[in-house]
Ligand binder design. Structure first.
Ligand code: FES
Length: 322
């Protein structure tokens, strides 16, 4: 049963359906052996409407291109593609395209009138697009400087730690120490000591029976006013140095004696030793009554009791009874 021929839609010349119908009709007319019978019966209805399109790229042009290029029968799909190429662009363009078959959409576009652009699109060889490589990142200058600075630092440290550098450094340090010692040797040693002579005030400041420790810390002497040495009223200065090994004894007011904290030597108020390892009495230093009425002590001279020096008039000042 043959289908009832469909009336072609109010067709615009050059629409897809028109073109396909025209191709099928033409194939049937040209005696195509491979065309299906349904297609052949359907084509007569469509052909009259597609034919009026007389502009370039119309159905007649397409069919002419098909006949010229392939000589007749072709499969419906193939005949739909080839005519567009051959009618608008021609066989030469098809050859120039390198055998690339245009798509159906391109052929339709060419049939509708945009023949020139379609021809160009079809004829243009397919050029493979080169992938665009990303730009090579440029190393920042600061990073380069930092790297070079790190390299320089490592080189400097390595150079400083080399055996030769250590040897030369040690030699330079030794030479510097020698030079400093030589410079120090050029200057004399100066020992600043308090003067050996100093005034301690009038005799009235030292009452009988008392031991003054006023000058002990600054001058290292006790000022003694006593009558317990051979019954004589005397004022004299005792050096605060233990005659055993040189420690400084303490004056004990309650016990009226000097007591050495080192080995326990004891001395009477007049300086004579009486206990402990001390072998002899404390020593006196020079004392005299100055012209201004003050007592003047001279530590540059010493007087030892065991040697009879306490009888020297420079070792005491006669005290008053007051
Ligand atoms: Fe004074 Fe030894 S130093 S008792």
């Amino acid at each position: 049963m043959s289908p009832k021929p469909k009336a072609a839609p109010a067709a615009k010349p050059g629409s897809t359906s028109d073109i396909l119908a025209a191709i099928r009709a033409q194939g049937a007319k040209g005696g195509a052996s491979g065309a299906p019978p349904e297609t052949a019966t359907a084509k007569p209805a469509a052909t009259p409407k597609a034919a009026p399109a007389a502009k370039p790229g119309s159905t007649s042009d397409i069919l002419a291109a098909i006949r010229a290029g392939k000589g007749g029968a072709a499969a419906p799909t193939a005949s739909a593609e080839s005519p567009a190429v051959k009618s608008d662009v021609g066989p030469a363009a098809a050859k120039a395209s390198g055998g690339v078959k245009p798509s159906v959409e391109e052929m339709l576009k060419a049939v509708r009138g945009d023949t020139a652009s379609a021809a160009v699109a079809i004829a243009a060889p397919v050029v493979p697009v080169k992938p665009t490589l990303p730009p090579i990142p440029v190393k920042p200058v600061a990073a380069k400087d930092k790297k070079s600075a790190g390299t320089d630092r490592r080189s400097f440290v390595a150079a400083c730690l080399s055996p030769m550098a250590i040897g030369f450094g040690s030699m330079a340090a030794t030479s510097l120490i020698w030079l400093l010692d030589l410079a120090r040797f050029m200057f004399p040693n100066v020992l600043v000591e308090p003067p050996t002579k100093f005034k301690i005030g009038p005799p009235s400041d030292y009452p009988l029976g008392g031991v003054s420790t006023k000058w002990l810390a600054a001058r290292g002497v006790w000022i003694v006013h006593t009558d317990q040495y051979k019954g004589r009223n005397l004022i004299y200065a005792l050096a605060s140095v233990c005659t055993h090994l040189g420690c400084t004894p303490n004056w004990l007011e309650g016990e009226q004696k000097y007591k050495c904290p080192c080995h326990g030597s004891g001395f009477y108020i007049n300086g004579v030793n009486f206990e402990g390892p001390a072998p002899r009495p404390l020593e006196r230093v020079g004392i005299k009554l100055a012209s201004d009425g003050q007592l003047e002590v001279d530590k540059s001279v010493k007087f030892q009791e065991e040697m009879g020096q306490w009888e020297d008039s420079n070792s005491f000042v006669e005290g008053t009874l007051a």
